[in-house]
Design a protein around this ligand. Structure first.
Ligand SMILES: Nc1ncnc2c1ncn2[C@@H]1O[C@H](COP(=O)(O)OP(=O)(O)OP(=O)(O)O)[C@@H](O)[C@H]1O
Ligand SMILES: [Mg+2]
Length: 312
């Protein structure tokens, strides 16, 4: 199945508001020469550092890479990672609305790599403050009219406390709403245009399906229960399935080579959001997003797809 990608200038005018849990992926590469005299652990002498945008920030980067406009609304701490995150986001041309919580650790996933193997991963994260999140709801209302679609990237870190209200506001304003869900309570996503779980995420909610027929029945029931226009199931090497009011549509995966599957889900929802922001319907957007997913899994290092790659 193929669909036509709108012209470049149409994408350039499309504005997507991304709300969710932003993260900084940090990699420390070093040499291991000895065991610590303090404890039976290796001592790593750091030689090189790498930083990448993760979570909702990676989704925003994917929106921007396609040539659309991206605004990221998220909560951060008052720490060095917050400054790094802001610098990286602005370097990519992403507009930011960063709520600041002085007691919050900006989310960092730090990997220490020595002798070409990951020795440890260190996570910095805690729950954001209620009042800071409430103030961000006001920012959201203020900037909503300037956007054509709203994308919620839920990594379950607590930044989306007000998501039901935010969805409601967006739909009342006639904006399509996309959600990358987390957890087992999808009632908080009620009224969305489309949610994009992967297989494991959906199984957590409707149970593992013994057959395609069972999947269809349960997916449609879930869709009706939460008043979702569409449920887009991303199925890795099986492509994707869309459940909507008209029934079911499916596209096979179209990756030529698979090198790195991490972040494919972020690319898929970012592409869906840009297409809906351009006025496409779910059935038109799905094969384009599937193509983007197929391209990104074939790449090393970069987790984004450009407009040129998408139309090639
Ligand atoms: N192994 C694969 N072969 C071909 N295409 C793939 C493969 N893995 C992913 N894709 C493409 O990327 C899309 C999204 O992948 P997937 O369902 O794995 O999302 P995800 O689990 O949310 O990814 P992640 O959470 O790692 O970002 C798929 O629908 C498909 O288009
Ligand atoms: Mg995912």
């Amino acid at each position: 199945m193929s669909a036509t990608v709108p012209p470049r200038d149409r994408l350039h005018r499309a504005r997507v508001l991304i709300v969710g849990d932003a993260m900084l992926d940090r990699y420390w590469f070093g040499a291991v020469d000895r065991i610590s005299p303090e404890a039976p652990v290796p001592v790593v002498r750091i030689e090189r550092e790498e930083e990448r945008l993760g979570g909702a920030a990676n989704v925003a980067m994917n929106v921007k890479a396609l040539g659309a406009q991206a605004t990221l609304l998220t909560v951060v701490g008052e720490d060095e990672p917050a400054r790094t995150l802001r610098r990286l986001l602005h370097g990519h041309g992403i507009a930011t609305l960063l709520g600041t919580d002085p007691n919050l650790y900006t989310i960092v996933k730090l990997r220490v790599i020595g002798r070409a193997q990951q020795l440890i991963r260190v996570d910095f994260e805690n729950q954001p403050d209620h009042e800071v999140l409430a103030a961000m709801l006001e920012d959201y209302e203020r900037v909503l009219p300037d956007h054509d679609a709203v994308l919620f990237s839920d990594y379950g870190k607590g930044g989306l406390e007000h998501i039901p209200r935010m969805i409601d506001l967006a739909r009342r304003a006639g904006k399509p709403v996309l959600v990358d869900p987390k957890g087992s309570d999808y009632s908080r996503y009620a009224g969305s245009t489309v949610i994009t779980p992967n297989r494991a995420e959906l199984a957590q909610v409707i149970g593992r399906w013994p057959s395609e027929a069972q999947l269809h029945e349960r997916a449609q029931r879930l869709r009706a229960e939460h008043r979702l226009d569409g449920l887009l199931l991303t199925r890795s090497e099986e492509g994707m399935s869309l459940f909507d009011a008209a029934g079911h549509a499916q596209v096979p995966a179209n990756a030529r080579e698979v090198f790195d599957v991490t972040g494919a889900g972020d690319t898929v929802i970012a592409t869906m959001a840009v297409m809906l922001a351009c006025g496409l319907g779910l059935r038109e957007a799905m094969p384009i997003a599937n193509r983007a997913g197929g391209i990104v899994v074939g790449k090393f290092g970069t987790a984004t797809v450009s407009y040129d790659e998408l139309v090639a």
